[in-house]
Design a protein around this ligand. Structure first.
Ligand code: ADP
Ligand code: MG
Ligand code: MG
Length: 871
C-alpha cells in the first residue's frame, strides 16, 4: 500500500461522523449520514466519496485502496445486518446510487437489488415464501444492470414485459405471479446474453464493482452534462456513490414506495404533499408505471407508517429548517427514509414557506430573505389567463406548476428545440424523462398525460418556473400521425394551445394572458429585504406607464429615462425630419420649437407619477440618421443628400450622444427647456418640485461635459431659476472611467451605462456577438458567462470601481449608479453593492429582483449564510 492510499479514505459508513460535507459525500450521502445519526429509520450503508469518482474518471481505474475499503465496508454492513452478500440463505441486497454535491435529480443512474443471482433469487423465494417478490426484484436488477452497466436498450426489456403481460392477459405488472416473473427473468437473461454474448453475472462482488464504476461514469452522460450546463454546475466535481441495504416496497400489499414534500411545493401551504404506490419499488413512482395515489390515502391504508412519516418529516424540517422532499419505502408496514433534500418549489411556495417558517420561529427574517432565489421572483407574478376571456377547456389535469402559457403543440423534445427558434411551443407528452430536458428548457410549458405533482415534468417545470399540467387523462398522443386527442378534440402538431398550470387546464387556441402586478407574500419578503439593503433601486422607464409600474414594484426613482421615443410618432417624426433637413439654425430652431410642447407633456407625465422621487433623464443619444427613412424611401433630393451625409460606417461609435449635442446644441437646448418647464408646471400644480437629474450620454472628454454643463446651467437658469437639479453624465466609454476625476469636476452624478461600457471595453458589438461568436465562446468555455447579461467583474467591473473611486476622490458626494441591463442581474447587483454604488437601475419588472439581491449582498457582507440541505 502506498502512502496516498493510507492518507485518503474513500469510504464512510452512514453511521459514522464524516470528515467532510456535501462536497465529499454528495448531497444524498450527506443526507443519509445525517438522518442515520439523527436516529431516523434509514437502511444501513456507506458512501464512496466524490474523491474516488474524480480519481476514477481521471485514471479509468479504481484508485488504489478503494477495493480493500469496499471489501471492509461490505463486511461491516454484513455484520450489522446479519446477512451475507451473495449468499442464498440470508442474502444482503443493496442499491448503488449516484449523488453529487449539487442535486441533479434523475440525471445520473442508480441500480437496485444488487446481489441477486439465480441461486439467491431461489433462496429468497423459499425463505420469504413469496416467489413473486423474489423474481420481481431479480428481473428489475437484470434490466437496470443491463441498461446502466452494459448500455442495453431499455425498450428490449420493456417489450418483453409487455409481451408477457399480453400472453397472460393482464394489464398491471403486479398481476404477474411468481411463475410468470420466473419466466420473465429467463427472457430477460436471454435478452442480456443476446445483446452482449455473455451471461448475466452471478457473482455479487462482480456486480457491485461494475455498478459502482457505471455510476461514476454516469456523471459523463449527455443528459447530466446538459443539466450541468443549464444549471451552472461545475464539470469537475463528480458524484459520490451510495451503497444502501435494500428495503422492499414490492413485498406485497403492506409495502409501498413514495415521495413526499413536507409542505406543498406549488403553494407552500403547510400540508404535506406527495404520492405513493403500493407493492412497488421506488423508481416505479417517478417512472409512472401505474397512476400513483395521493399521500392522503396512505393515512387510510397504512396509518402507522403514515404517522411515522409525518414524524420523520417534522424532524427533518426542524433539522434542516427548510421544506424537505423525501423518498420513502414501506416494507411490510415498516417505514424507511431513503433520501431527503431541500424541496424544489415554485417561487410562490418559496415565499409562503419562508414567511410561515419565520412565524414558526424556525428561521429569522434574514434567512427568509437569503432563501429566495432572486431570479425566481419574476415567476411569482405569473401570467394568468385573463379572467374576462372566454376559453374552451378541452381537458383537465393536475395543476403541477403554476402560471399559464401559450404555444404551438410539439410532441418531442427535439421538435420543441427546433420549433422554438420560430415560435413559442408547448411540449405535449405522455410523460417526460431526463432525456427530454432540452425540450423542457425550450418550451413555454409542458402538458403530460401521465404522472402527478412529483412526476419528472412537474419537478423540472417548477424548477424552471414554467407552467405544467400533468396527469391529463383525457390526452392521447399519436406521434405517428402528429396528432393528439384532448378530450373530445383533435389537436395537430403546430396548433396553438394554452395551458393553465395554476388550475390544471388545457385550453384550445391562444388564450389572452395577463400578468398580475402584486403578490402579498412577495411584498412581505421585499419589505424585509428593504430593511437590510443599503443599495438604492431605481428603474429604467421611458413613459408614465413604465414609471407607474416601476413605482408599484417599489422603485425609488427612475435611473434612466431614454428620450429618443419622444422624437417618434405620427405627429412628431415629420417635425423631427424637418429639423434634420433644415438649411440653417433658424429653421432648425423653428422646428424644435414645435417639438417642445410634446416633450414637455411627456416629462410632466413622468414627473407626476414619480411625485418628488429622482428622475434621471438622458438627453438624445442615437445618431440622427435613425430618424430618417432609408435612401430608397426618401421623399426629396434634400432628404437623400442628408441621408448620405449622415451615413456612418459604424454608427455605434459615430455621431451620437453628447457628440450630437455639441454639434447641434439647439436640440439639447430644446430638451432642457421642455424638462425645466415641465418641472415648474408640476411643482406649481402639486406643490412638490420633481427631483430632476439631467444626464449627458457618451462623454469621453471632460471638456465635452464642461461645455454641456454650461449649456445645461444656462438654460435651467433661464427657464427654472432656483429649481434644484443635478447635472451629470453616463460613464460608458473606458476613457471616461479612466478620466473620471477630471469629469467629476463638472458632474453631480455618474451613471455607468454598462451596456455600452461592456461593448466598448470588450470591443464587442452586442448584436454581432450574441448568437454568434460569443455563443460559441460560451459553448467552448472561452468565457464563463455572457458579459452582456452578467457584468464582467474583472474587466468592466474594474472600470466601474476605478471610475467610482477616481470620481469620488475629487467629489466625495458624487452620486453613482448603474443603468445598464446588469442593474437587474443578481450577481451584478452584488458587485454594485460591494463597489459602493448608491443605486442600480433596471427594468421595472426586475425591481423586485434588485431589491432582494441588494439585501442578500448586504446580508452576505455581514456573514449571514443560507445553505441548502440534502441532494
Ligand atoms: P434518483 O437520484 O434517480 O432518485 P436514487 O438513488 O435516489 O436515484 O434511487 C432511485 C429510486 O430507488 C428511488 O426511488 C429510491 O428511493 C429507490 N431506492 C434507492 N435505494 C434503495 C434501497 N436501498 N431500497 C429501496 N429503494 C431504494
Ligand atoms: Mg432519489
Ligand atoms: Mg449608451
Amino acid at each position: 500500500m502506498t502512502l496516498a492510499a493510507i492518507d485518503t479514505r474513500y469510504v464512510y459508513d452512514f453511521a459514522e461522523e464524516p470528515p467532510g460535507g456535501r462536497e465529499l459525500l454528495g448531497g444524498k450521502g450527506l443526507g443519509l449520514s445525517e438522518m442515520t445519526r439523527l436516529g431516523l429509520p434509514v437502511p444501513r450503508g456507506f458512501t464512496v466519496t466524490t474523491d474516488a469518482c474524480r480519481a476514477y474518471l481521471e485514471a479509468d481505474v479504481f484508485p488504489e485502496g478503494l477495493d480493500q475499503e469496499l471489501g471492509a465496508a461490505l463486511q461491516r454492513l454484513e455484520r450489522a445486518t446479519g446477512t451475507r452478500f451473495g449468499s442464498s440463505d440470508r442474502p444482503l441486497l443493496v442499491s448503488v446510487r449516484s449523488g453529487a454535491a449539487i442535486s441533479m435529480p434523475g440525471m445520473m443512474d442508480s441500480i437496485l437489488d444488487l446481489g441477486l443471482s439465480d441461486a439467491v433469487a431461489e433462496g429468497m423465494s423459499k425463505a420469504t415464501g413469496n416467489a413473486q417478490f423474489a423474481f420481481d426484484s431479480y428481473r428489475r436488477l437484470i434490466q437496470m444492470y443491463g441498461e446502466v452497466v452494459e448500455g442495453i436498450d431499455a425498450d428490449r426489456f420493456e417489450e418483453a414485459l409487455s409481451t408477457l403481460k399480453r400472453e397472460r392477459g393482464v394489464t398491471e405488472d403486479t398481476e404477474l405471479d411468481g411463475g410468470d416473473l420466473r419466466e420473465l427473468v429467463a427472457r430477460y437473461k436471454r435478452i442480456y446474453r443476446d445483446a452482449l454474448g455473455h451471461e448475466f453475472p452471478q457473482d455479487a462482488g462482480v456486480q457491485l464493482r461494475a455498478a459502482i464504476e457505471a455510476v461514476f461514469r454516469s456523471w459523463q452522460n449527455s443528459r447530466a452534462q446538459t443539466y450541468r450546463r443549464l444549471n451552472d454546475i461545475p464539470e469537475w466535481i463528480g458524484t459520490a456513490v451510495n451503497v444502501v441495504q435494500m428495503v422492499f416496497g414490492n413485498a406485497g400489499p403492506r409495502s409501498a414506495s413514495g415521495v413526499a414534500f413536507s409542505r406543498d411545493p406549488a403553494s407552500g401551504s403547510r400540508e404535506p404533499h406527495g404520492e405513493f404506490l403500493v407493492d412497488a419499488q421506488g423508481e416505479d413512482v417517478v417512472a409512472g408505471i401505474r397512476a400513483p395515489q395521493p399521500l392522503e390515502q396512505l393515512e387510510e391504508e397504512l396509518p402507522a407508517a403514515y404517522a411515522e412519516l409525518r414524524k420523520a418529516m417534522n424532524a427533518l424540517e426542524r433539522r434542516y429548517r427548510d421544506v424537505q422532499d423525501v423518498e420513502f419505502t414501506i416494507e411490510q408496514g415498516a417505514l424507511f427514509i431513503l433520501q431527503t433534500r431541500s424541496a424544489k418549489r415554485t417561487a410562490a411556495a418559496a415565499l409562503r414557506a419562508a414567511i410561515d417558517m419565520v412565524d414558526e420561529g424556525l428561521i429569522s427574517r434574514e434567512e427568509a430573505v437569503l432563501r429566495i432565489d432572486p431570479s425566481m421572483l419574476e415567476h411569482v407574478l405569473h401570467p394568468m389567463i385573463d379572467a374576462r376571456a372566454s376559453v374552451t377547456v378541452a381537458a383537465t389535469g393536475v395543476p403541477a406548476s403554476p402560471g399559464a402559457a401559450v404555444g404551438a403543440v410539439v410532441f418531442t423534445a427535439d421538435e420543441a428545440v427546433r420549433r422554438s427558434a420560430e415560435e413559442p411551443v408547448i411540449l405535449v407528452r405522455f410523460d417526460t424523462t431526463p432525456d427530454d430536458i432540452h425540450g423542457l428548457a425550450a418550451a413555454q410549458g409542458v402538458l403530460t398525460a401521465h404522472g402527478g405533482m412529483a412526476s419528472h415534468a412537474a419537478v423540472v417545470a417548477r424548477g424552471m418556473g414554467k407552467p405544467c399540467v400533468a396527469g391529463c387523462d383525457a390526452l392521447q398522443i399519436d406521434e405517428a400521425t402528429g396528432t393528439c386527442t384532448l378530450g373530445s378534440f383533435i389537436v395537430h402538431e403546430g396548433d396553438q394551445i394554452t395551458i393553465d398550470g395554476s388550475a390544471g387546464r388545457a385550453i384550445l387556441g391562444a388564450a389572452s394572458l395577463v400578468v398580475p402586478d402584486s403578490n402579498p407574500d412577495l411584498d412581505t419578503v421585499l419589505s424585509w429585504a428593504d430593511t437590510f439593503r443599503t443599495l438604492g433601486v431605481r428603474a429604467n422607464a421611458d413613459t408614465p406607464a413604465d414609471a407607474e409600474r416601476a413605482r408599484a414594484f417599489g422603485a425609488e426613482g427612475i435611473g434612466l429615462v431614454r428620450t429618443e421615443h419622444m422624437f417618434f410618432g405620427d405627429e412628431r417624426l415629420p417635425v423631427v425630419q424637418e429639423m434634420i433637413l433644415a438649411e440653417d439654425e433658424v429653421a432648425r430652431r423653428a422646428a424644435l420649437d414645435r417639438l417642445l410642447p410634446f416633450q414637455q407633456a411627456d416629462f410632466e407625465g413622468i414627473f407626476d407619477v414619480m411625485r418628488g422621487l429622482p428622475v434621471t433623464i438622458r438627453l438624445l443619444d442615437p445618431p440622427l440618421h435613425e430618424f430618417l427613412p432609408s435612401e430608397g424611401e426618401a421623399t426629396s433630393e434634400r432628404m437623400k443628400d442628408r441621408i448620405r451625409s449622415l451615413r456612418e460606417t459604424n454608427p455605434m461609435l459615430g455621431t451620437r450622444g453628447c457628440r450630437l449635442g455639441l454639434q447641434w446644441p439647439e436640440i439639447y437646448e430644446m430638451q432642457l427647456r421642455a424638462i425645466a418647464r415641465a418641472a415648474i408646471a408640476v411643482a406649481d400644480r402639486t406643490g412638490k418640485p420633481p427631483r430632476v437629474e439631467i444626464m449627458h450620454p457618451l462623454v469621453a472628454y471632460a471638456e465635452e461635459l464642461h461645455r454641456l454643463h454650461d449649456l445645461t446651467e444656462r438654460v435651467m437658469n433661464e427657464e427654472a431659476p432656483g429649481l434644484a437639479h443635478l447635472c451629470g453624465t453616463m460613464i460608458e466609454l473606458p476613457r471616461a472611467a479612466l478620466r473620471a476625476a477630471d469629469i467629476a469636476a463638472y458632474a453631480d452624478f455618474f451613471s455607468f451605462g454598462t451596456n455600452d461600457l461592456t461593448q466598448t471595453a470588450l470591443g464587442m458589438s452586442r448584436d454581432d456577438a450574441e448568437g454568434k461568436f460569443l455563443t460559441s465562446y460560451l459553448n467552448l468555455g472561452v468565457v464563463g458567462h455572457d458579459p452582456f447579461a452578467t457584468l464582467d467583474q474583472n474587466g468592466v467591473g474594474e472600470l466601474v470601481e476605478l471610475g467610482t473611486s477616481r470620481g469620488r476622490s475629487v467629489k466625495p458626494e458624487l452620486e453613482v449608479g448603474i443603468c445598464g441591463e446588469h442593474g437587474g442581474d443578481p450577481a451584478s447587483i452584488g458587485f454594485c453593492h460591494h463597489a459602493g454604488l448608491d443605486y442600480v437601475s433596471c427594468s421595472p419588472f426586475r425591481v423586485p429582483v434588485a431589491r432582494l439581491a441588494a439585501a442578500q449582498a448586504a446580508l452576505a457582507e455581514r456573514g449571514t449564510k443560507y445553505e441548502v440541505a440534502g441532494g
